[in-house]
Design a protein around this ligand. Sequence first.
Ligand code: GTP
Ligand code: MG
Length: 193
Amino acid sequence: LFAGQSEFLKGVVAMAGLPPADRLEVCFAGRSNVGKSTLINALTGTKALARASNTPGRTQEINYFTQGPDLYLVDLPGYGYANAPLDKVQKWQRLLKQYLSGRPTLRRAFVLIDARHGIKPVDEEILKLLDTSAVTFQAVLTKADKVKGKEMDKMLAQVRGALSKHPAAYPEIVLTSSEKGEGIGTLRAIIAG
Ligand code: GTP
Ligand code: MG
């Protein structure tokens, strides 16, 4: 599983363009620039399968990647601030919400949270949507390499507290650094399970 098992399938701009719901999928959601695309590259052991950049609003379509024959990995556009025209941003935000609430084969949403910033009001909005859509989600802290032990403990407490209010939240929080490879094996095992 994972290494050499992923290929780009397609970028989707409307619900009608989603591939047939013929297998399970997991998606990566989170604020713009949190590290979704970078995490997919780390998971799949590739440098540039998903396009990442330092500009918030890099991913503007729902990008499907195969992961072996039985699973899709789905890279989502970010929410919150994006460096892109407003009409474009509104269009992909609408699509993002439709996708998160209306994809029957979505097995789990990984909601990425920047370990320096924690859960923000825009994240809460998405977590509520996942609750009402009964989509199990799991919090993944990103950029752990940027945060020291003590601050990380505080951050974990904040995130744990916030998650406890969400019925669709999976209680385990995954700590990751795509830069250092931290937590990547753990996340692979979760996805493979
Ligand atoms: P959008 O597509 O714009 O929503 O962003 P995204 O969530 O896909 O973020 P992306 O993967 O493009 O990464 C944004 C920036 O964060 C890039 O400059 C990455 O190099 C950086 N980044 C991602 N993961 C890590 C990490 O674990 N550690 C550090 N230090 N930087 C990271
Ligand atoms: Mg991206």
